[in-house]
Design a protein around this ligand. Structure first.
Ligand SMILES: Nc1ncnc2c1ncn2[C@@H]1O[C@H](COP(=O)(O)OP(=O)(O)OP(=O)(O)O)[C@@H](O)[C@H]1O
Length: 743
């Protein structure tokens, strides 16, 4: 019997003869608390829930919640001594760090009863500060000194009330999804190879251009420009402090109000994900503690830290000697990470030590592009809890959570220079999880009934961070060198796809779509896809509302012909899908030629994209404008007037259409499951083979077992493909019928 237990860390490397993993050396420089950052990092997040926030604030004021802020006036933080620097402290005291089992989904989203407001003069010790290490209050003065912009700084005593409202306002105006791109400088190796910097950035316009060198047929070179616009674009000289201010700082106040926020870095290996992500949790912890002891003083909040990694589809506790963790689902489909230790922390030093410990334990290895490449997804979670009755006798209940995810390099699956078996397994797993992450974000935004959380361990773990009141920040890290052009474009397209999902929050993005296209010759798919509400020529009356997962989306209030079209193409129970003209244009042309739609956006989506354009078919039939033209300006009255006045009831009540759409979804879903299942089986079998690859073991038996499973799966996939093709034919017939009944 073969022992299938997965060894962790070095053991595995030695046994299986893997390329040398080594533990990441943590550089404390990256944790300088207070970079001398230039001011004006500016919160550019756009408002979308201000009215809700405003009334919430009014209610809070009526309930006297601001009393707690007033308590701070009695203990001015600025009067405390400060160090604010990395202190060479001893070990984290065990009394400070109380390990426990983290149930990721034990979040009770019901409101806790209002706590009685303790005396104005109660001290921070009430919250478990026991005198070990530096207390938060000790370092407070540094907070006020080191924020040149005043953001997140300690305000004068008579401004405490204002500080609270500023915090509320700050997080209230945070978009559901924010996509930020960060470019790193050329490194020594790239400079010595005389590689060019092919990224130009207009930071004020939040835009960047990739200058891709290409060859014509006659072998002359030309430069193709790809321009992208994001919520923020950070140039190579931007400090980590500024990155924090742009990304995480605005969402910190929200996690005291039951928000679950996720910040993740995405990009190819060596593009700066770890460099960007590592300082963020510490900076966020500082702000959280500041708010715990200041804005939310005496309200019984506690801060907990946990840190684990997902490596090869398995979970390991980075704060507990890489102990293997189990993920379980209870009857209510709530996922728990059994055995994960979380530590209660009350000062910055303790958190720093935990983060250092976790980072040092992470699985890393050497790749062509990065000597300390992350081979895992590392997830650090800061959880805010609160005791139900204000005492410590009962276990505290989770209130909000901030997850930081340093994703493994995005291109690992395709990395042919590191072509050993283990790397390929890692790559497959990484690609799968990145794809699943995008699928989840897309499904959530579409208000789909089925959210494919089970697509990967990563998305399963993050499940609770995506439902309810959530915020997501994606930091796309890019390398500037010409040799990375292809990976950089892939990263930007992935980011662009995620960005396109958040247009509901961000009116600015509608205009940015135009600029995305302005200079591009090759357009990123989602950049070229304006959403229907953006082009509402009737009255421009567009509102944002949250879908049932709490993600905002735009809804066109008018029952215009346009919205009827939308309805036709996405008539699903509880679902309104944003319809875009461009992809269908392509699709329709392709279909007329009898081929399948080209994937012009993201090759990794091939398996999933086939279903998407199908529903967009009607738009082309009505001569929707093409958005691919250079120098395009958006016509506020696009060619919707060409749309014939179709007898909508006739088709919309057509049960056949619903059945077709349902069938399509089922097929695609089944297809996807088959593929995922196959990947899983292959991965498991490869692990088995690897173990069996020793004298005395029955290798042949494993190979034949693997072959028979693969053959079965292949037959299943062929069958599904045939059914999918059949379905596509039927839908085409349907479309032709609809077109023939036009004006
Ligand atoms: N903005 C930056 N400024 C200066 N140096 C940077 C920056 N970003 C990254 N670097 C340097 O580039 C190298 C690679 O960065 P990092 O390890 O963060 O990449 P990564 O994306 O996490 O890679 P992997 O996916 O392989 O783990 C490091 O030496 C890091 O110090």
């Amino acid at each position: 019997m073969i022992n299938r237990a997965v060894p962790s860390g070095r053991q595995m490397q030695q046994r299986s003869g893997l390329p040398p993993h080594h533990q990441r050396q943590y550089s404390s420089d990256q944790f300088m608390l207070f970079d001398s950052a230039p001011g004006g990092g500016g919160n550019k997040w756009l408002p979308h829930t201000q009215q809700v926030e405003y009334s919430r604030m009014l209610r809070s004021m009526q309930k006297g919640e601001f009393l707690s802020s007033a308590a701070d006036q009695a203990t001015p933080l600025g009067s405390r001594p400060s160090s604010g620097q990395h202190r060479n402290g001893g070990d984290v005291s065990s009394s400070e760090l109380s390990p426990g089992i983290l149930d990721l989904h034990s979040f009770d989203t019901e409101l806790l009863p209002e706590l009685p407001i303790p005396s104005m003069h109660e001290s921070a010790s009430h919250f478990g500060y026991n005198g070990h290490g530096r207390s938060f209050d000790d370092s407070d003065a540094s907070f006020s000194l080191k924020h040149p912009t005043g953001k997140g700084s300690t305000l004068p005593e008579n401004n405490v009330l204002k500080s609270f409202s500023v915090d509320k306002e700050k997080s209230g105006s945070v978009a559901k999804i924010k996509v930020v791109v960060r470019k790193r400088p050329l490194n020594k190796k790239e400079i010595s190879k005389k590689e060019e910097d092919i990224i130009s950035i207009k930071q004020r316009l939040n835009s960047l251009t990739v200058h891709e060198t290409k060859l014509k047929v006659d072998l002359t070179e030309y430069v193709e420009k790809h321009e992208f616009v994001f919520d923020a674009v950070l140039d190579e000289d931007v400090s980590n402090d500024e990155v924090y201010r742009e990304t995480v700082e605005p969402i910190v106040p929200a996690i005291f109000r039951r928000t679950k926020a996720t910040c993740f870095a995405y990009g190819q290996t060596g593009s700066g994900k770890t460099y960007t992500m590592q300082p963020l949790p510490l900076k966020a912890s500082q702000d959280i503690l500041r708010q715990m002891y200041h804005t939310h003083r005496n309200q019984g909040f506690q801060l907990f830290v946990s840190f684990f990694e997902i490596y090869g589809g398995k979970l390991f506790d980075l704060l507990n000697d890489r102990r293997k963790l189990c993920m379980r689902e209870d009857g209510k489909q709530q996922v728990c990470i059994v055995g994960l230790q979380e530590y209660r922390v009350s000062n910055v030093d303790s958190i720093r030590e935990l983060i250092e410990k976790g980072n040092a334990t992470r699985s890393t290895g050497t790749t062509g592009a990065n000597e300390e490449s992350s081979r895992s997804h590392a997830i650090l979670q800061l959880v805010i809890k609160r005791s139900v009755d204000g005492s410590e006798s009962k276990p505290p209940r989770s209130i909000g959570k901030l997850s930081f995810i340093d994703l493994a390099g995005s291109e690992r699956g395709a990395d042919t220079t590191d072509n050993d078996k283990q790397t390929r397994i890692e790559g497959a797993e990484i690609n799968k999880s990145l794809l699943a992450l995008k699928e989840c974000i897309r499904a959530l935004d579409n208000d789909q009934v089925h959210i494919p959380f089970r697509g990967s361990k990563l998305t399963e773990v993050l499940r609770d961070s995506f439902v309810g009141d959530s915020r997501t920040v994606m930091i796309s890290c890019i390398s500037p060198n010409s040799g990375s052009c292809e990976h950089t474009l892939n990263t930007l397209r992935y980011a662009d796809r995620v960005k396109s999902l958040s247009k509901g929050n961000n009116p600015k993005k509608d205009t940015s779509i135009n600029s995305n296209i302005r200079e591009s010759t090759t357009l990123p798919l989602s950049s070229a896809l304006p959403t229907v509400p953006s082009y509402n020529g009737n009255n421009g009356y567009i509102v944002t509302e949250n879908n049932r997962y709490g993600w905002s989306k735009q809804v066109d209030k008018e029952t215009s012909l346009l919205s009827n079209m939308d309805y036709v193409s996405s008539r699903r129970e509880g679902r309104r899908e944003e319809v875009s003209a461009a992809p269908y244009t392509n699709y329709y042309k392709e279909q007329s030629r009898g081929s399948t739609p080209a994937d012009d956006s993201d090759s990794s989506e091939e398996a999933y994209e086939t279903s998407k354009p199908l529903r967009k078919g009607k738009v082309e039939a009505y001569s929707a404008p093409s958005f691919g033209d250079k120098g395009r300006t958006v016509d506020p009255q696009p060619k919707w007037k060409d749309v014939p006045d179709v007898d909508t009831n006739r088709f919309y009540s057509d049960d056949d259409l619903s059945t077709l759409l349902k069938e399509e979804d089922d097929l695609v879903f089944a297809h996807r499951r088959q593929v995922e299942e196959t990947i899983n089986i292959v991965r498991e079998e490869m692990e088995l083979l690897e173990e069996a690859d020793q004298p005395g073991n029955q290798l042949d038996e494993y190979i034949s077992r693997l072959n028979s499973i693969l053959a079965q799966k292949a037959a299943g996939i062929v069958n599904l493909q045939a059914r999918l093709a059949h379905f596509q034919r039927r839908l085409m017939e349907h479309n032709v019928l609809v077109s023939s009944l036009g004006p």
